[in-house]
Design a protein around this ligand. Structure first.
Ligand code: SF4
Length: 456
């Protein structure tokens, strides 16, 4: 059936409802999943639903869930269970699970068996077929499932942005790397890049509509473009986007160290809009553990790139992800991780205790450390990072930074990020939210900078 016909039929079902039809989309997990959530909202709004954050008042509830962490996934099961009373009160409600969690065969089997009130299961590659399945449910089917692996989403899907000044723009989907602890390549498929024209058009439109922060997303943005019919690389894409006139900052994540190059650093440093911050997930400071993780780079190569950036721009900032307690990690390996953070001096670290992800190679490895040892290592890592970050961030003292103000807390303090991606706290009016302001840095508190507003 044609898309227009499906839409018309759904609208007539919605118009026949005795109340305003509402839809609630709740996203979990990574930024890419939140970005998909904005598209689900766009499609539902386009069909005629009013969006709501309250599941109890919705006619369609979509949980857009992530499969990456086993822990997070188990919380989603609790969330799904908590929706059952809504269905018991209103059997017409359409409850759906989407996102990469829906790509897992075992998840779909369990839903069919034990969660009959979940009527719709939609993998992240099947997003554009949402209207199709809604119509089938309206027409009396009791359950719909769709999983399409390895496709690019339709460029024409509408989007409802969660923010009026920060926007996420996926540049590629999927991953080819098969790190031994990670499920992403199995649930998101192989790498496929959007065309540079589509990305540029989206960024131009966002900047023209007043968006101040554009976050380019991909599981490994540094391998962007390899699959295009006219191959181009990520630095080329950045160069092209940087020519778009306006006042905005381009951030991006994630970068795999094996694909991050000096050219990337050169483009960032020469640009007008690209942040001077690279999130470069290293995962471990030990070459032996990196090999077991199937992360094909060495700590020496990693440090070389950091030294190259820092030599040219001492303020340039780095952040990273680190896994503590990989199954074969020894005390000696962990010590290398501590040495690494001491050498690099990250501005921010995202630390995770290893948790086995069923279906991955690492999940079959025997854990050689006790939970107590792993937790004690994590405490040592955090303590070390706290001590290093505060001292290192003092390099900003006395400097003036351009800060995009993002939010205000209940005490009236404003929070934003500078071009180097560091969190900045300042006092000021809520009217500054969404604006770029000049801030003089006069203090450092843990991982955040404290500043005073100079001018708008
Ligand atoms: S690069 Fe590794 S950790 Fe990142 S998504 Fe791909 S497989 Fe997972």
């Amino acid at each position: 059936m044609e898309a227009m016909t499906i839409r018309r039929k759904i609208r007539s079902y919605l118009e026949a409802m005795p109340h305003t039809p509402k839809a609630c989309v709740q996203s979990f997990g990574c930024q890419l999943n939140f970005c998909d959530g904005e598209k689900y909202k766009g499609v539902l709004q386009d069909l005629g639903y009013q969006l709501t954050d309250i599941p109890e008042e919705a006619d369609v509830i979509l949980l857009n869930a992530c499969a990456v962490r086993a822990h997070a996934e188990s919380r989603i099961w609790g969330r799904i269970g908590s929706l059952k009373p809504i269905w018991e009160k209103n059997p017409n409600v359409i409850i759906g699970l989407c996102g990469c969690m829906a790509e897992e065969q075992e998840v779909r089997t369990l839903l069919r068996k034990s969660y009959p009130f979940v009527k719709l299961v939609l993998g992240s590659g099947a997003m554009e077929s949402l209207p199709d399945h809604l119509l089938a449910l309206f027409e009396g089917e009791s359950h719909r499932e769709a999983v399409e692996f390895g496709r690019l989403p339709d460029e024409s899907l509408p989007t409802v942005r969660d923010s009026r000044f920060q926007a996420s723009v996926p540049v590629m989907y999927g991953c080819n790397n098969f790190c031994t602890y990670c499920i992403v390549p199995y649930v998101r498929g192989r790498e496929r890049s959007r065309t540079p024209n589509a990305i540029e058009a989206e960024v131009r439109e966002l900047v023209a509509s007043g968006y101040k922060e554009i976050l380019l997303l991909g599981q490994n943005v540094n391998s962007y473009g390899k699959d295009l019919s006219e191959p181009m690389d990520f630095p080329d894409l950045l160069r092209r986007l940087d020519t778009i006139p306006g006042e905005y900052v381009i951030r991006f994540m994630s970068s795999h160290p094996k694909d991050a190059t000096r050219e990337l650093i050169d483009v960032m440093l020469a640009s007008n809009h690209i942040e001077w911050h690279l999130h470069l997930p290293v995962q471990s400071g030990s070459n032996r553990v990196l090999q077991e993780m199937n992360r094909p780079y060495t700590i020496e190569q990693y440090l070389n790139l950091i030294a190259y950036a820092r030599k040219q721009a001492p303020l340039f900032s780095f952040s990273s992800d680190l896994i503590v307690g990989f199954p074969t990690e020894t005390e000696e390996d962990f010590q290398k991780t501590l040495d690494l953070i001491e050498t690099v001096r990250y501005d921010n670290l995202y630390t995770f205790i290893y948790s086995p992800r069923p279906g991955t190679k690492a999940a079959a490895l025997p854990q050689i450390s006790t939970p107590e040892t792993i937790s004690e290592r994590m405490q040592r890592l955090l303590a070390k990072q706290r001590e290093l970050t505060e001292a290192y961030n003092a390099r900003f003292l006395g400097k003036t930074c351009k800060v995009l103000v993002e939010r205000q807390n209940e005490a009236g303090l404003l929070f934003g990020k500078n071009r180097e991606g560091l969190h900045v706290e300042l006092t000021g009016d809520a009217a500054l939210i969404g604006k770029m302001v000049a801030v003089r840095i006069d203090g450092v508190k843990n991982w955040a900078l404290q500043g005073t507003l100079e001018s708008e």
